[in-house]
Design a protein around this ligand. Structure first.
Ligand code: 4GY
Length: 250
């Protein structure tokens, strides 16, 4: 069973999305569980405050260390050990990608720490010994959407282990190419026909066509991924017959 723990000031945001989304399927299948912890529940402040002004001045507020450390300690006590990964959703982190999703799908317990306001007291990050992870080079108002994005992509891998059709799909992105174009009924829509080869029943031809389409659109839309693919699939791109070259006269 995979366990995802989320420390946040907006636990309902996590619970509502997880309940309404497809990751709910992996939960219903008993393969994973998501538990949100409200950092505010751990404050010892008389007015339930969890934030304060930054030392040295500056705009906005910072999340205080005490509620975060106490919330973390509660989770550690509940599960009996430190989670395998303690992730802090931050634009300063390593960028999350499909490879990291696969890596995280293999872990039993992952904790996601979601910040808000202008950030978190650095000592909390040190004490929890967090690993910074980013979902991309843009600034959000909090770490909840990044945590949900990551849980969503991990959940389809966890669920895919049982689903053979899906596990083939999983491999198709991890081989580094974009998906080929896809079609469903009707066969003709306002003069636009589904490519004939897909109706031919020739599975080998269909697979070859799809692979070719994947290559072409990766080259066109994601030249960075295409270069990496070509470099790691030298065999596929090697000329079938080596050209006979004339010896140089010099
Ligand atoms: N981008 N990837 C991101 C983010 C905002 C901590 C409050 C991102 O992961 N997280 O933009 N997070 C948070 C960062 C302080 C705002």
């Amino acid at each position: 069973m995979k366990n995802y723990y989320v420390m946040t000031l907006f636990p309902e945001m996590i619970e509502n999305v997880v309940r309404e989304s497809i990751s709910g399927r992996a939960i219903k299948a008993g393969l994973m569980n998501v538990e949100a912890f409200n950092i505010r529940d751990y404050t010892k402040d008389a007015h339930n405050h969890v934030d304060d002004y930054p030392y040295g001045g500056g705009a906005g507020m910072l999340m205080q260390v005490q509620p975060i450390v106490d919330c973390y300690q509660h989770i550690v006590d509940q599960i009996g050990h430190r989670p395998a990964r303690v992730l802090f959703m931050s634009p300063q982190g390593r960028t999350f990608d499909q490879r990291m999703a696969e890596e995280l799908a293999a872990e039993e317990d992952i904790l996601f720490l979601c910040g808000h306001y202008e950030g978190i007291d650095e000592r909390a990050l040190e004490i929890l010994d967090v690993e910074h992870v980013s979902i991309g080079d843009y600034i959000l108002t909090g770490g909840e959407l990044p945590a949900l994005s990551m849980i969503d992509s991990i959940s389809r891998l966890v669920h895919g282990v049982l689903n053979k059709d899906a596990s083939h799909e999983i491999e198709s992105f991890s081989d580094g190419l974009l998906e080929y174009p896809q079609y469903t009924r009707p066969e003709v829509y306002e003069d636009r026909r589904v490519p004939a080869i897909l109706l031919s029943g020739d599975h080998k031809k269909v697979d070859e066509w799809r692979h070719q389409m994947s290559l072409e659109r990766t080259k066109e839309r994601r030249p960075d991924l295409y270069e990496a693919y070509v470099a790691s699939h030298a065999k596929e791109f090697a000329p079938k017959k080596p050209k006979r070259r004339r010896k140089r006269t010099e």
